[in-house]
Design a protein around this ligand. Structure first.
Ligand SMILES: *[C@@H]1O[C@H](CO)[C@@H](O)[C@H](O)[C@H]1NC(C)=O
Ligand SMILES: *[C@@H]1O[C@H](CO)[C@@H](O)[C@H](O)[C@H]1NC(C)=O
Ligand SMILES: *[C@@H]1O[C@H](CO)[C@@H](O)[C@H](O)[C@H]1NC(C)=O
Ligand SMILES: *[C@@H]1O[C@H](CO)[C@@H](O)[C@H](O)[C@H]1NC(C)=O
Ligand SMILES: *[C@@H]1O[C@H](CO)[C@@H](O)[C@H](O)[C@H]1NC(C)=O
Ligand SMILES: *[C@@H]1O[C@H](CO)[C@@H](O)[C@H](O)[C@H]1NC(C)=O
Ligand SMILES: *[C@@H]1O[C@H](CO)[C@@H](O)[C@H](O)[C@H]1NC(C)=O
Length: 327
């Protein structure tokens, strides 16, 4: 009886996981990654030939992404930016060819505001239902990880949204597409939401490795509402520190829509807002055994290229605070 019961349970589990996940065939047994050769994540491996819990399979280009924003919109609720640091955006698994998938496991949908609202962003994709349960931050509480929660509330700051809603978005849109954060990888002793805790912890570890504010400061690039910087100066400073050319994102007005750029053909954006660092990784991304690489040569930036055209704005008065927990 016991044996039959166990077999039925395993079969049911496998049936459930196969339909829900991007990486079919992962069982919750035999993922002792320590005894396997850590393969490099790109070029991508055939998931039927490797243990996709131990090497990032398909999504092998890992992006650690950060924001520079000047306000949060939640100041009146005490949602402030940490002084002198970029904030954390996320950790994403792009395919080795630079394309990506999203919302890969709808059984782990914790995003209250799915964006896009279907898995492929098109009307024929699967609908991503809005999450309305306890916010994802509460998942850390049974693990006693209040230190991680405080760190996240200090450095992983949403804009015009509550922080946990944003973390839920990042987890469900991106973390569910990593093969190595898949539920079966945690083995038969998996504890509910262990994957969430592991992802948040790993995302923070990558973020701490890339102190963008400090790297720019060392190149004498400091926030200013008066002086603009050249895209190439920002790029070169970050390339020198990271070892790969990151994607540098801008928002705000287009250069040729500003007074300074009137008549120019440069229609890049003028307000520095994002940096995405690209890494290949040996074995599980959790182990941080990475090789820096550059963003795609066809999409290195959307910022204006004209000399001095990029503004690295100072935060709004009252929108930042000296963080209580160190970077
Ligand atoms: C686990 O590993 C053993 C020994 O290599 C193998 O016989 C077994 O089929 C594996 N089980 C799974 C579920 O992969
Ligand atoms: C990129 O790689 C993924 C995973 O191997 C594949 O599914 C997708 O079709 C590729 N996209 C392009 C544009 O080559
Ligand atoms: C969804 O629509 C797009 C664009 O209309 C099309 O290219 C794609 O093949 C469709 N996908 C499916 C699964 O039907
Ligand atoms: C909460 O979400 C579940 C699952 O999508 C849905 O069935 C339910 O109607 C929602 N409840 C409310 C109050 O929106
Ligand atoms: C800005 O540049 C783009 C691309 O070079 C051009 O198509 C557009 O007309 C320009 N706009 C203005 C306002 O000059
Ligand atoms: C600097 O400019 C940005 C963009 O206009 C604005 O959001 C911010 O409040 C300004 N900061 C200060 C200190 O004036
Ligand atoms: C922000 O604060 C600085 C220093 O106190 C002050 O000089 C500046 O005028 C303020 N800017 C705004 C937009 O209020």
């Amino acid at each position: 009886m016991r044996i039959i019961f166990a077999q039925v349970t395993i079969a049911a589990l496998l049936a459930g996981t196969v339909s829900a996940q991007l990486y079919p065939g992962q069982s919750n047994l035999n993922h002792t990654c320590q005894i396997q050769k850590p393969l490099l994540s790109c070029p991508s491996s055939d998931p039927s030939k490797v243990d996709s819990c131990c090497v990032e399979t398909l999504g092998g280009l890992v992006l650690s992404t950060q924001f520079w924003q000047t306000f949060t919109g939640g100041e009146s609720q005490g949602q402030l930016l940490p002084k002198d640091t970029f904030t954390l955006h996320g950790l994403w698994p792009d395919f080795c060819n630079g394309s990506y998938t999203q919302y890969c496991d709808l059984t782990r949908q914790y995003d209250p505001i799915p964006s896009p609202s279907t898995t492929n962003g098109l009307p024929n994709g699967s609908f991503v239902p809005a999450y309305n349960g306890s916010n994802i931050g509460t998942f850390l509480e049974p693990f006693g990880r209040y230190d991680l929660l405080e760190y996240m509330n200090t450095y992983w700051i949403a804009q015009n949204q509550d922080n946990p809603g944003f973390w839920g978005h990042e987890f469900s849109k991106h973390a569910t597409c990593f093969s190595t954060f898949n539920v079966p990888c945690y083995g038969p002793q998996y504890r509910q939401h262990e994957d969430v805790v592991d992802f948040f912890e790993t995302t923070v570890k990558y973020y701490k490795r890339f102190p963008t504010f400090k790297w720019l400061e060392e190149a004498a690039i400091m926030p200013s509402n008066k002086t603009g910087y050249s895209y190439t100066a920002i790029r070169d400073a970050l390339f020198q520190k990271h070892g790969g050319v990151p994607f540098i994102g801008c928002s705000g007005p287009r250069y040729n829509g500003t007074a300074a750029g009137k008549g120019s053909l440069d229609n890049g954006y003028t307000a520095l807002s994002e940096v995405w660092y690209y890494e290949y990784v040996y074995g599980r991304p959790q182990e941080m055994n990475t090789v820096p690489t550059s963003a795609s040569p066809t999409y290195l930036t959307n910022c204006a290229k004209a000399p001095g055209a990029v503004m690295y704005y100072q935060r709004t008065n009252g929108s930042e605070k000296v963080p209580a927990v160190p970077f």
